[in-house]
Design a protein around this ligand. Structure first.
Ligand code: DHK
Length: 154
């Protein structure tokens, strides 16, 4: 977890269950980058965009809900790959709605080329935008989009 106290807008980048396994988990689907690689790339891109990042992962739905609740008063936007909870969690949807922050949803894989149960995402109901199928690059594109959302350009 990278927690940064900063005057710059701070983006909470949240990763849900099994994303701690990146690098070894089904690399044909999720790529060979580890979550640590993605965190480092996000920190670099955020710096160039004038943003700070707070990058976290949890396998626990309730912990993700608590972090989203807390973000309301401490962060400026949320980038979220909720993993399988994307497809199941009304609790995460409700927390995101209550947070009243810009949200960009990310999936490494193209969920629409996969099983039909992955085609629906509760997160998408509240997300400003969704990026999927572009691997780790999706997180960097999400940061670019978030910078514009915070500036009020999009
Ligand atoms: C990650 C997961 O763990 C899956 O449960 C989702 C998502 C897709 C991804 O592509 O990043 O269905």
């Amino acid at each position: 977890m990278t927690a940064i106290l900063s005057d710059e807008p701070t983006i909470l980048i949240l990763n849900g269950p099994n994303l701690n396994m990146l690098g070894v988990r089904e690399p044909a689907l999720y790529g060979r980058d580890t979550l640590g690689d993605i965190e480092a790339a996000c920190a670099d891109r955020a710096e160039s965009l004038g943003l700070a990042v707070d990058f976290r992962q949890s396998n626990l739905e309730g912990e993700l809900v608590t972090w989203i609740q807390e973000a309301r008063s401490s962060h400026d936007g949320i980038i979220l790959n909720a993993g399988a909870y994307s497809h199941t969690s009304i609790a995460i949807l409700d927390a995101l709605t209550a947070a009243e922050l810009p949200v960009v949803e990310v999936h490494l894989s193209n969920i629409f080329r996969r099983e039909s149960f992955r085609h629906h995402s509760y997160v998408s109901l509240v997300a400003n935008g969704v990026i999927c199928g572009l691997g780790a690059q999706g997180y960097l594109l999400a940061l670019e989009a978030m910078a514009r959302l915070i500036e009020g350009k999009e």
